[in-house]
Design a protein around this ligand. Structure first.
Ligand SMILES: C[S@@+](CC[C@H](N)C(=O)[O-])C[C@H]1O[C@@H](n2cnc3c(N)ncnc32)[C@H](O)[C@@H]1O
Length: 388
């Protein structure tokens, strides 16, 4: 992969070699095989441009420039498909941080000859790393966006790489090419699709970001232990991917606080920044809050600093908590059928009572009809049902 159509005269190899060295020095790349893959794949060719938000709007940066090359061969996530919908910006795809990618690829613990399914082709960079490591005929990748998939196919072909690429909803996996030794998802799911487990051979690995709301989850690495059972732990280091979309171009619903219910007011000692500064609390709370959670800062769309944090759920419940506090604490306004801030307070207390567990104390058991989060071990008295 040193030269090829589309690579032009760009002297990218020293940049790729430097990226490999930097990731290795940071402990995000340890095996010689993956190090060789990072040094051999021209990321700028698969990510010819990225988008950067500026006060004037979204700016497109070409990566073949000197500044662009420095960025594209750095451990940086890059936004690669940014759509203006009229009512806001939707990020359809991004090139994952290389260091996160290599950490995930290494954790699959692959051997020569193994076959991998990737959910979320995006730019095709990860598929190129996989193809370099395993060979094109052992790499399968699916993306819900046909236009992105076509671009990835063309760019990979420009490098002489031809993994199997399919446009479609990756939640169903690719049964026609199963079984796989590993399934790696570069988009987040609210629960692990059983199809992924079913299409992984027994003792194979499934690696995905599991969450039902922004920030409310992280990477979990499952092993298929038996025909109808997969189990594994969360990675110690937090990571986040964009949500899996069931359809191309699907735009996430923008939920706002609906102040159409009788409102109650009180004070809270729980600083509203805590659940978002400590994402394990937010993660645990999401199980009680249920699907359809939105949150943000009041005033975030204006030039002034935010004054409060808000949270809302699909059943019309909402809470808003002031960032500033008096000696009685922060002011909470709540409405709707449930008291959402009480759920956050109770979860924070529970997390404190459990000795403030970090991500790696949590694990997940998956069977065809049920998924359960547990603390420390699968038979723990502390479990949470995962919403399908
Ligand atoms: C973070 S990007 C992937 C990064 C990519 N692996 C790379 O190397 O650049 C997430 C991708 O998941 C895709 N995606 C979202 N929902 C999907 C679905 N249901 N099936 C397959 N891909 C999906 C998005 O279109 C997006 O390209």
């Amino acid at each position: 992969m040193t030269t090829g159509p589309g690579l032009g005269d760009v002297d990218w190899q020293p940049h790729a070699a430097r990226l490999a060295d930097e990731l290795a020095a940071a402990g995000k790349l340890t095996s010689p095989e993956w190090r060789a893959a990072v040094a051999a794949v021209p990321r700028h060719h698969l990510v010819p441009a990225y988008y950067q938000h500026t006060p004037g709007g979204w700016e497109r940066i070409d990566t073949a420039s000197e500044a662009g090359l420095a960025t594209v061969y750095s451990n940086t996530v890059l936004l690669t498909a940014v759509d203006d919908t009229g009512s806001g910006t939707v990020i359809r795809s991004s090139a994952t941080q290389p260091g996160l990618m290599t950490r995930m690829l290494e954790s699959l613990d692959l051997s020569d000859g193994q076959r991998v399914l990737e959910i979320g082709t995006g730019t095709g960079y990860n598929a190129a790393l996989l193809s370099h490591r395993l060979g094109d005929d052992r790499v399968f990748s699916i993306d819900v966006e046909p236009d992105l998939l076509a671009l990835a196919r063309e760019r990979l072909a420009g490098l002489g790489r031809r993994p199997t690429l399919v446009a479609g909803d990756g939640a169903a996996g690719l049964p026609e090419y199963a079984p796989f030794d590993a399934v790696i998802a570069t988009c987040a799911v609210p629960a692990v699709p059983w199809a992924w487990v079913e299409q992984t051979r027994v003792s194979g690995v499934i690696l995905t970001d599991l969450k039902i709301a922004v920030g409310a989850g992280s990477l979990v690495r499952l092993t298929r232990l038996a025909a109808k059972h997969a189990e594994g732990r969360f990675d110690p280091v937090y990571a986040a991917f964009m949500d899996l979309r069931r359809q191309a171009g699907a735009v996430p619903e923008r939920m706002r606080v609906r102040r159409d219910h009788a409102e109650s007011r009180r004070c809270t000692r729980l600083d509203p920044r805590i659940p978002w500064n400590n994402l394990v609390v937010w993660f645990l709370a999401s199980f009680a809050l249920g699907p359809g959670i939105a949150h943000g800062y009041t005033g975030e769309d204006t030039a002034r600093p935010p004054t409060a944090v808000w949270i809302a759920t699909a059943d019309g419940s909402w809470a808003e908590v002031t960032l500033s506090a008096t000696e009685d604490g922060h002011t909470v306004a709540e409405g709707g059928p449930r008291r959402l801030w009480s759920i956050l307070e109770d979860t924070h207390q529970q997390w404190c009572d459990l000795d403030e567990p970090a991500w790696d104390r949590f694990g997940l058991s998956v069977t065809p009809g049920r998924q359960t989060l547990w603390l420390d071990h699968p038979d723990s008295e502390h479990t949470w049902p995962v919403h399908p």
